[in-house]
Design a protein around this ligand. Sequence first.
Ligand code: ASP
Length: 317
Amino acid sequence: MVVLAVHGGAGGDGPWRGLTQADPARLDCMQRLLHDLGQRLADGDIDALEAVTLAVEAMEDEPLFNAGVGSVLDANGEVTMDASIMRGNDRSAGAVVNVQHASHPIRVANRVLHQGWPVMLVGEAADAFGEREGVTLHPNDRFITELRRAQWQKWKASTLRPGATDEDDEAVLDHDLEDTPGMGTVGAVALDRSGQLAAATSTGGMTGKPDGRVGDTPIIGAGTWCDDRVAVSCTGVGEAFIRTCAARTLAFHHERLGLDKAGQRVLDDVAPLGGRGGLIAVDAEGHVVLPFQTMLMYRGVYQNGDINVGVGPDWEP
Ligand code: ASP
């Protein structure tokens, strides 16, 4: 059994309002990558680690997700990106924080993992390491889309709440861009033919985040976790996921409660700390969960040739 599951971020409050005009492009991106990479995983052409890396790269390239091109803007109006990746069998891990130029932050994290030590690189040094490892660097404005610039301008004009997420923009700023309900961070978890697990997460963070802010995405154990039993990628208000060590805590509960209850338990833990969001997880038996406690979460699964993608509470997009 092989499994590849992805998310493209969670967000929104209140009842599900249906797809937006931009959602078909997001769904199409997930559908295509699940089709291609799921098949390659099934054929044994790629392992779990490469599958999650390529899946996240594909979503970093899609401007409608908050990772790579299309990342949200920080307080300075620039893109600063975080990513992390972990492999289950040896718990090797790689993470990058506040990179501004790497075309694929998750590939830099992957190269950090392969190098073996250290686990985490920050800022310019992480970009420079990526370049040495063959990752293309772009000027920062190559990552900025009109949609994100417009969101940032609204955030800036509001002065309501530094660090607001896309989702908060929706709730607090009452903006009229129809296409901004979700947070848009991306992630992937996979189980390959040899039973190996891997997890990866990548993000631009939160709109208007202050200089130097680090969310949960690059923190191993908070936004991303993988051991030999379970792989986890989270999305949501990062500080609450850090304060609960969300991804690692899922692995802890998984032993006792099973995957379903463990996923729910983690979201119940982050909620009182203001941590709305969701997660995806797959275990070594091939069980998958994709729980969220927001209005929506972009998500999809390839499992033994079957592909399902969804946004709202139902699978049916
Ligand atoms: N967790 C991310 C962060 O806090 C945001 C997200 O998931 O959308 O940076």
